[in-house]
Design a protein around this ligand. Structure first.
Ligand code: ADP
Ligand code: MG
Length: 606
């Protein structure tokens, strides 16, 4: 038998490595920007098109490469940064595996232009799927320019796996921010589709943090500075009253490298004990400086997780350091989180993702027995949006036939001819509407019912092609909502469909100016915007971001828990609920209605 083992061709090996190193456009951005930092650049410009699918361009003014280096840099394990295994323990640069460029070149069309100071002309190299074309001379300033086009063009599985532009761009911004925060002396610029998102001039650490998060943050920062002979910590934490309900503004760096370390994270958050509500996430941007011999950065391909020899002593330093910082600035525990606690209504945690419920609707329950098959509904049907007029008719028919002999009518009976007069609605425990249909007693959770109603009407607005914007309540005075630049970008990109939901706004200085709000419901511009931003962080299979925002808004716009409803409000709500396609569940899949069948009731009176 012939031998079976063959060496993988280089381009195949590269593609495999690419899967590990470059999972999404953000990873390519990270590698290219870190290379530019390593090259000693003082200005780094990043230009992104279509969240990196079409183009990722990184332009630096660093040392550049010689023609020979430009030719070699796409080879695997080509690196100028490590010469021996011993070097690994003294790494001060970002990259060292020599894998990034080979990986990117294996899965994209890459153009490299580079020039060193001592050469008059630059070098231009084109690589497509690891196939390198002969180099050409080019004119350009000193430095290096990478253009990565059509990422994953030859890896359809990867390409299809990419999330929406909003999510991919969020990842890119995360990576960009991590590098920018760690290098305040470098001028960083980021464009997305020709819109300037960041223009961060060189400055102090504080200026950099404020540049990244927005001018409002200047007053929110508490400086931290402390050191022992093993480690020094420096940076900022946010005042507790500005802690956000979504995670995200938490950055820990070791020797200017962004890391994730759960024990250290805990140590920092513990320092806020007693100052924060449990659902709030404090901001921190902290820089640890440790002798590189005591850090092992080489334990993960993307190098976010690190090991320390001195784990414990670092933790022991961090907590009191942050605590002291907070104390020094006499940060008062002024907490302001609108907590909704009445009757133990369990709300969706802010920032939590909406999971389509594993719907096992009780097949025996169906207020419209005659209208619909009684099969349990699938999640897809659960998300069905169209209110059917048949449902309205059925509900009214039921109502018309309601007999409630025992209960006195609250209204003078002058309107006897109208069918609604037969209704008896009763508000129970400031939460439930109690009513009856032909063969059952119903308990309706008023707030959840309202969420369902709002949700379906929002989704209907989203889907209506005719109306470019939903009715809106124009604000007499536009309301400024201050946002970090990254959030402003996200929001501006969502503006067209948010308009359909009734939220009108314009780009303002340092955030947006809200000019119109949805007509129905009680909420604030800030609250609705928070809901939009929270939904950009994750993607849920099967439910679009727009629908999740609609659900988040329904939650925020709905009657507050415990709100007392009058008779007419109850009637209106019940009518609209039963005009919904899925009245039985709220947008988060929780039950809206509980029924007690006549038979069941009679059984109990036996
Ligand atoms: P690594 O960064 O791990 O060394 P890369 O594949 O990212 O590996 O880069 C390979 C080599 O290409 C680097 O070691 C460096 O010599 C060179 N290089 C990459 N990007 C730049 C740049 N922007 N400026 C100068 N040299 C660069
Ligand atoms: Mg590198």
């Amino acid at each position: 038998m012939a031998d079976c083992i063959a060496r993988l061709p280089e381009h195949v090996a590269n593609q495999i490595a690419a899967g590990e190193v470059i999972q999404r456009p953000a990873a390519a951005v990270k590698e290219l920007v870190e290379n530019a930092v390593d090259a000693g650049a003082t200005r780094i410009e990043v230009r992104i098109k279509d969240a990196g699918r079409t183009l990722i361009q990184v332009i630096d003014n660093g040392v550049g490469m010689t023609e020979g280096d430009a030719q070699r840099c796409f080879e695997r394990h080509a690196t100028s940064k490590v010469r021996s295994a011993d070097d690994l323990f003294e790494i001060a640069t970002k990259g060292f595996r020599g894998e990034a460029l080979a990986s990117i070149a294996a899965i994209a069309h890459v153009e490299l232009k580079t020039r060193r100071e001592e050469s008059e002309v630059g070098t231009r190299v084109l690589v497509e799927g690891s196939a390198q074309q002969p180099v050409e001379p080019c004119t350009m300033p000193v430095g290096t320019q990478f253009a990565v086009r059509n990422l994953f063009y030859n890896v359809p599985a990867r390409r299809n796996f990419l999330k929406s532009d909003a999510v991919e761009m969020r990842h890119i911004i995360d990576e960009f921010q991590r590098v920018a925060l760690a290098h305040e002396a470098i001028h960083f610029v980021l464009f997305h589709n020709d819109t300037e998102v960041f223009n961060l001039k060189p400055g102090s650490r504080r200026q950099r943090v404020v540049g990244v998060f927005g001018a409002k943050y200047d007053e929110r920062l508490v400086p931290i500075e402390e050191s022992t002979d093993v480690v020094a910590v420096e940076g900022f934490v946010g005042k507790p009253e500005f802690a956000r309900r979504t995670r995200g503004e938490q950055f820990l760096f070791v020797n200017r490298r962004f890391i994730k370390h759960s024990a250290l994270h805990r140590a920092i958050v513990e320092a806020f004990e007693g100052l924060l509500s449990p659902s709030a996430h404090p901001l921190y941007v902290l820089f640890l400086t440790i002798d590189p011999h005591r850090v092992d950065v080489n334990i993960h391909p993307t190098k976010v997780e690190v090991k320390f020899e001195e784990d414990r002593s670092i933790q022991a330093l961090l907590r009191p350091a942050v605590r002291r910082g907070l104390g020094r600035f006499q940060v008062a525990p002024t907490l302001d989180f609108d907590q909704e606690s009445s009757l133990n209504i369990r709300e969706l945690e802010p920032g939590a993702t909406v999971v389509p419920p594993q719907v096992t609707i009780n097949p025996n329950y169906n207020p419209f027995e005659s209208e619909r098959p009684s099969a349990p509904r699938s999640p897809a049907q659960w998300l069905e949006k169209r209110p059917s007029s048949a449902a309205i008719g059925a509900w009214q028919a039921h109502y018309a036939a309601v007999e409630v002999p025992a209960l006195p009518k609250t209204e003078p009976s002058g309107r006897q001819e109208e069918p609604e007069v037969a209704r008896t609605l009763f508000f129970f425990r400031n939460r439930f509407i109690v009513t009856a249909i032909r063969s059952a007693l119903l308990l309706i959770d008023a707030r959840r019912a309202h969420q369902r109603v709002l949700y379906e009407s929002l989704v209907e607005q989203l889907e209506s092609v005719a109306a470019p914007s939903a009715p809106t309540q124009t604000l007499l005075f536009p309301e400024a909502v201050h946002l970090p630049p990254a959030d402003t970008l996200q929001l501006m990109e969502a503006a067209p469909w948010l308009r359909k939901l009734g939220l009108h706004f314009e780009a303002g200085s340092d955030g947006v100016q809200v000019t119109g709000m949805p007509v129905e419901g009680e909420s604030t511009p800030k609250d609705l915007i928070d809901a939009v931003l929270a939904e950009a962080e994750e993607e849920v299979e099967g439910i679009s971001r727009e629908e999740r925002v609609a659900a988040g808004w329904a939650r925020r716009l709905a009657h507050r828990p415990g709100k007392v409803l009058g008779k007419e409000e109850m009637e209106d709500l019940v009518d609209r609920l039963f005009a919904c396609s899925t009245p039985a569940r709220d947008p988060f899949g929780r039950p809206v209605i509980v029924t007690f069948e006549d038979a069941e009731i009679l059984e109990r009176f036996r």
